[in-house]
Design a protein. Structure first.
Length: 574
């Protein structure tokens, strides 16, 4: 035997070494096995927790519906990509996008497209002539009040003052307060003035932004950072009403925040508070309410949301972007202010931690102005970006932008100082008076009340309505109003139309009511004729009816997304 050639003493040492190696190998294996079990247990616990949170938030039936919705969406996704179907879909989408481009991109006699720099710079006369032509291109007649929202015009005198302010501070940049101290002063005063309107506490704070979307993005970012810093949250979530502005979903997409939508059921269309409560969990960094919401002009139950925020120690953001300087002056203008008997909708509620307010809407400031308010400075600091290690020096900015336009800040400051409290009370009275008149017409006018219904109970400057006559399609009404020169907003889930009243629209409310009644009468006549002939809707329908008809009927929104992409691409087509 080979082993017999090895001395006994050596055999003993080798056996001992082998025994120790075997013992170490066994120990290593056991440690690895234990580690695998721990990792496996971690994932089991993690997904068990997520399943529990989902069941708690959506209930058993709601969770089953969500699973079936995912399966249905997946099946429809495969169907749309099946041979033959995909080719037809692509063809129809291409045709629709081509028509969209033809409608948006204006070409024709007298219109010259410039694709390269001129060899020599134009003269002032040439520039002015071209600007006059561009301003004169065919457009929706907002000056006549035929546009819902979009243009919040404070009057010609204010526009002239804004133009002067913009010219005076055209080169200014708030990024350099030492170079432009006047802009720093005006910006801080804008924040202070708006903070006072919404009953900011003594240590309240805020920032100016480029618009409501940036204000909302920053509010969500600050909540995410606050949750990470103070509670160690790495998988942030927020709970929002389904009627909330789309910017919250953009924030969720940009900043990796999971968004839970809460239903806003009829008849009041306000966020369902018990559903909000069920969806709050250890990862919730923010809950949201609108004052008012964009679609229907309805204010969510902010006091109830505030109580939840206090109970669970979660930030509450109130989106007042649309309501802005109308909702702030309702009481002084003689209209009911939402939840006044319960303490209001703003910082008077202890759970409200941030509010977004668009000064470029009913504050009548130039476009590109909004304010984001915080309950305190420490909360605001969570939205700051500070990079002390940069080779270019210490970098710090309060929001997404680095360089910003000081000219727009100057235009905003001029607007607030020119109009003043008395002016805003008067404009609130004018705008709300028109909105209430229009709402009353839909509820009481013989033709309108018989065929249309108001969505919920509008509380601010927006009135939404829909057809209640099964023979008349809401979107056909929208297209017929568009043919008459009105630019109204089409809504979905449920299908509806809304009018966001402005000062120009308030002056045109009588014409709006008259022409809406004419359209409804015409659509009613068409419906009665179809009924006599036993026909369904005509094959050819208007743009709004076609788009939202498709959007509402398809579970897979990829086709609608492609049409939206085509619209965005057309914005940059020469």
């Amino acid at each position: 035997m080979a082993s017999s050639l090895i001395p006994a003493s050596m055999q003993s040492k080798l056996m001992g070494l082998s025994s120790r190696n075997l013992s170490n190998a066994t120990l290593t294996y056991l440690n690895l096995d234990l580690l695998k079990n721990v990792v496996f247990l971690f994932f089991v616990l993690r997904y068990t927790r997520k399943t529990f949170d989902s069941l708690r938030g959506y209930g058993i039936i709601g969770s089953i519906k969500r699973v079936f919705a995912v399966i249905r969406l997946w099946v429809y996704y495969l169907f749309l990509r099946a041979p033959g179907v995909r080719g037809q879909v692509d063809k129809q989408v291409t045709t629709a996008i081509t028509k969209l481009e033809e409608k948006m991109v204006r070409r024709g006699p007298g219109i010259t497209t410039y694709l390269t720099l001129p060899k020599e710079g134009w003269t002032s006369e040439q520039i002015r002539a071209e600007l006059t032509q561009l301003a004169g291109m065919e457009h929706a007649k907002w000056e006549e009040g035929r546009v819902s929202g979009a243009v919040y015009h404070g009057g010609e005198d204010l526009s002239k003052l804004q133009t002067e302010a913009i010219g005076t501070f055209a080169v200014s940049n708030p990024l350099h307060p030492d170079v432009f101290p006047g802009i720093r002063k005006m910006e801080s005063e804008i924040v202070a003035m708006v903070l006072s309107l919404f009953h900011g506490p003594s240590d309240g704070a805020g920032v100016t932004t480029s618009g409501g979307t940036e204000s909302i993005l920053m509010a969500c970012l600050a909540a995410r950072q606050k949750g990470r810093a103070e509670r160690g949250i790495t998988e942030p979530e927020m709970v929002v009403p389904e009627t909330v502005h789309a910017a919250f979903f953009k924030a969720g997409n940009y900043f990796g925040i999971k968004v839970h939508q809460v239903p806003c059921p009829a008849p009041d269309y306000k966020v369902h508070i018990p559903s909000v409560r069920r969806l709050i969990n250890r990862n919730t960094v923010l809950i949201v309410g609108s004052a008012p919401n964009f679609p229907h002009g309805i204010v969510d139950d902010i006091p109830a949301l505030s109580r939840l925020a206090v109970k669970y120690k979660i930030p509450l953001h109130v989106d007042c972007c649309l309501g802005s300087f109308v909702i702030a002056f309702l009481k002084k203008a003689g209209f009911p202010s939402p939840y006044e008997e319960e303490g209001g909708f703003d910082f008077r509620q202890p759970g409200v931690t941030s509010i977004s307010v668009d000064t470029h809407k009913y504050g009548f400031a130039p476009k590109g102005n909004s304010v984001l308010l915080y309950r305190n400075r420490s909360y605001r600091n969570h939205q700051y970006f500070i990079f002390p290690e940069w080779t270019g020096g210490v970098y710090a900015s309060p929001s997404i932008a680095g360089s910003r336009s000081g000219a727009l800040i100057a235009g905003c400051w001029v607007s607030l100082m020119t109009i003043g409290e008395a002016g805003y009370v008067a404009s609130c009275h004018q705008i709300m008076g028109a909105a209430k008149q229009f709402e009353t017409a839909i509820r009481e006018d013989p033709i309108l009340s018989a065929n249309l219904e108001v969505i919920g109970n509008p509380e601010v400057s927006v009135v939404a309505f829909a057809s209640k006559n099964f023979g008349i399609d809401t979107y056909d009404i929208a297209d017929a109003m568009s043919a008459k020169g009105w630019h109204l907003n089409a809504l979905q889930d449920p299908p509806a139309i809304h009018v966001a009243f402005t000062r120009p629209t308030a002056l045109a409310v009588e014409k709006l009511q008259t022409e809406l009644a004419e359209v409804v009468s015409a659509e009613l006549a068409k419906a009665e004729e179809r009924q006599r002939q036993g026909k369904s809707y005509a094959n050819k329908r208007g743009d709004t009816a076609a788009l939202y008809g498709v959007a509402g009927s398809l579970p897979d929104k990829s086709i609608v997304s492609r049409l939206a992409e085509g619209f965005l691409d057309a914005l940059y087509k020469p």
